[in-house]
Design a protein around this ligand. Sequence first.
Ligand SMILES: Nc1nc2c(ncn2[C@@H]2O[C@H](COP(=O)(O)OP(=O)(O)OP(=O)(O)O)[C@@H](O)[C@H]2O)c(=O)[nH]1
Ligand SMILES: [Mg+2]
Length: 207
Amino acid sequence: MVIKNVSLETVIGVTSKIPENQMPEIAFAGKSNVGKSSLINALMNRKSLARTSAQPGKTQTINFYNINNEFYFVDLPGYGYAKVSVEVKEKWGKMVERYLKKSGQLRAVFLLIDIRHEPSANDRQMYEWICANGYHPIIIATKLDKVNRSQIQKHIKIVKQGLGVDKNTIVVPFSAVSKQGRDDIYDLIDKILSDKDMEMTQPAEEE
Ligand SMILES: Nc1nc2c(ncn2[C@@H]2O[C@H](COP(=O)(O)OP(=O)(O)OP(=O)(O)O)[C@@H](O)[C@H]2O)c(=O)[nH]1
Ligand SMILES: [Mg+2]
């Protein structure tokens, strides 16, 4: 994948309408502070187009990044941030749920899990939610640079078991610091996007 141009095209809040985009969308979900915006920046080759923060709860909107005028990266607000009210949490949840249900262009959902920690109840719920909406999430185990090389496989196993994934689920370890894993994610995105092309170029049925 070659990134030629990127721009933040649409930002939607709790009450906004889900945009009726014409190009495919690839969404990034995960708890607050897990590294969604950092991953999107790494994929876009930009330092800070997607705003990141050590303070959890940075992204409170759904942000659509136009990539090469070909597709969108969708940065979803993070869940599980303890310091916001129940009311705000509910609103975020509803917004994400509405997006998963309503987007006509969503092709794939990446679910990010911090490689250091066992998935939480919220992570499991998000995983199940994505599945319930007909998507098979791809797991990105983030902050790979924070674990010892010899411990990586052990941590990946904990992530898989904690989410209760099936054996076909793809788990990609990734670091926004070293960019390790980025090429694997590009390859997956290429596959996701070309699958759609294949569908679109299916020969028409004979009459
Ligand atoms: N060491 C390390 N730090 C990371 C990595 N990815 C993200 N971080 C840091 O983790 C913090 C949160 O990253 P964000 O990308 O803002 O997380 P987010 O998931 O977008 O968070 P919200 O917008 O709050 O949902 C920032 O301080 C990042 O610099 C990584 O791979 N390695
Ligand atoms: Mg963010």
